[in-house]
Design a protein around this ligand. Structure first.
Ligand SMILES: C[S@@+](CC[C@H](N)C(=O)[O-])C[C@H]1O[C@@H](n2cnc3c(N)ncnc32)[C@H](O)[C@@H]1O
Length: 219
């Protein structure tokens, strides 16, 4: 196939568009922090840790869950072969609009939807089996049924040997001396993912705001 392959965001559009994306992310996080789950887009270090285990040398189909302003989307496209496909699912319409207008690439399909509709959308687009799922969803803040519905579908859509990467911010609420009831039980994301994936590795990424741990889950 022929056609343009996207250049890195910073080279293609310059700093002013990157600043616009930061401002949009900040604004949306104040509006819906529970869904956005962060105040800043992911750093390039976190992006690399989320993508380094994916073999982009072969033609592949990738689903990105929670694409936000597209920092990971652009890096996935930069790494992908010209025949690969990327489905980016995002629930926030302002992020969807931003991504559709700022990141035009024939390999990319941006879907304005809840990630729990993943299987239906992939079927509708005749996507076939998925080689990798890159998820930035804030599973910690979700209801148990919602996160289970999403990860069950991911597991079902993945090809044999497919991988899912998912990060969790390292921000446990520390107990306050003298106030034991302030301590909130922290969602154990690794344990949760282990109920769906037999093989999980973890990597901490400190150069992100906030620092995070990346889980790479293999079928
Ligand atoms: C922590 S942000 C990550 C954004 C971007 N991937 C990044 O790394 O900067 C999480 C993103 O997931 C989106 N999101 C949250 N719940 C979602 C859901 N159920 N379905 C689809 N997207 C969702 C949010 O709107 C937000 O854009």
């Amino acid at each position: 196939m022929t056609g343009s392959v996207l250049t890195p965001y910073s080279q293609e559009t310059g700093g002013s568009k990157a600043r616009l994306a930061y401002r949009l992310f900040l604004r949306e996080s104040f509006r819906t922090i529970r869904v956005t789950a962060s105040v800043f887009p992911s750093s390039r270090f976190l992006t690399a840790a989320m993508l380094d285990h994916v073999d982009f040398r072969k033609t592949c189909t990738v689903a990105e869950l929670g694409s936000g302003t597209g920092v990971m989307t652009r890096e996935i496209l930069r790494r992908m072969t010209p025949d690969s496909r990327l489905f980016a699912l995002e629930i926030n319409r302002n992020f969807v609009h931003h991504l559709r207008t700022s990141c035009q690439d024939r390999r990319l399909t941006v879907l304005h939807t809840d990630a729990s509709n993943l299987a239906d959308h992939l079927r509708a687009h005749d996507a076939g089996a998925i080689h990798a799922v890159i998820s930035s969803l804030g599973l910690t803040g979700m209801k148990a049924e919602q996160r289970a519905r999403i990860v069950l579908q991911v597991e079902a859509c993945l090809a044999p040997n497919g991988i899912m990467t998912q990060f969790q911010y390292l921000t446990p609420l520390a107990p306050v001396p003298g106030l034991p009831n302030r301590q909130i039980p922290w969602f154990q994301e690794r344990q949760f993912l282990e109920t769906y994936f037999p093989n999980i590795s973890a990597k901490r990424v400190l150069l992100n705001l906030p620092p995070a741990v990346v889980f790479t889950c293999r079928k």
